[in-house]
Design a protein around this ligand. Sequence first.
Ligand code: NAP
Length: 250
Amino acid sequence: MDLGGKVAVVTGASSGIGAASAKALADAGMTVVAVARRTQRLQALAEADPRVIAHTADVTSDEAVDGLAERVGSELGACHVLVNNAGINAGTTFRDRQDVDGMRRVMEVTYFGAVRCTAALGGLLAASAPSRVINVGSVAGKVASGAPGYSAAKFALTGWSENLRAPWLARGVAVGQLNPGYIRTEGFPQQRPRATPLRRWVGEPEQVASAVVDMARSGAAERTVPRWYRAVVVLRHVAPGLFRAGAARL
Ligand SMILES: NC(=O)c1ccc[n+]([C@@H]2O[C@H](COP(=O)([O-])OP(=O)(O)OC[C@H]3O[C@@H](n4cnc5c(N)ncnc54)[C@H](OP(=O)(O)O)[C@@H]3O)[C@@H](O)[C@H]2O)c1
């Protein structure tokens, strides 16, 4: 798909992967609606590039997400690419009752946020076909790793996203999933891997943004960034014992 003159919505665009993706899609010629809660960050993006439109919304609110869809429909009349990127991590362990609340919060933002935005913009995406939904998952949504609640939310995203692919292709909407490995951002500073030999595995948000642009063009079903993290996913499935032994050592 030629992206020039088309419309994208990027959630979680106030920092990290979302901000880099909004910039990269605008550089590719798209009008980009940048969505997050921190208005000033979004305004700074919009001031730097006239193709970026700031829209403040919390993806955990049905009302706010419906308002976003209403604005995109009435002001821009189309949505060709939706990047469901907003996501949080909360708590690194799962031990007791209080971890349930953290897990619920992660699910609300990271999983249901994507579900909510896709549902609200689904009609417009179909009317604008060919179009794309790019769900920013994680390697932690393909192999159990990182925080338990976070990994569970990303596994949920993987199942939902893969399930949607065939029926939504029939509507002209290619649903794909982009799985980053360790990427250094504000919300995910990756201090632990950066303090170990894993530091060379830590990537930058711009690498993921470049894959977002590729997926927007191609409608690909899945990408892993950096690409060689895929070897970890393959190892988990062909040699699970070896994978668990390695994971336990790390
Ligand atoms: N960095 C990594 O290593 C890594 C690896 C795999 C996957 N990912 C995924 O990549 C995505 C982006 O993460 P990042 O690393 O770029 O982290 P980040 O810099 O912390 O960005 C997270 C973004 O999500 C937004 N957000 C959080 N809660 C929100 C809400 N309720 N409503 C709307 N927006 C919300 C934040 O904006 P506001 O606070 O302004 O709302 C921010 O723009 C996430 O889905 C994350 O799980 C990251």
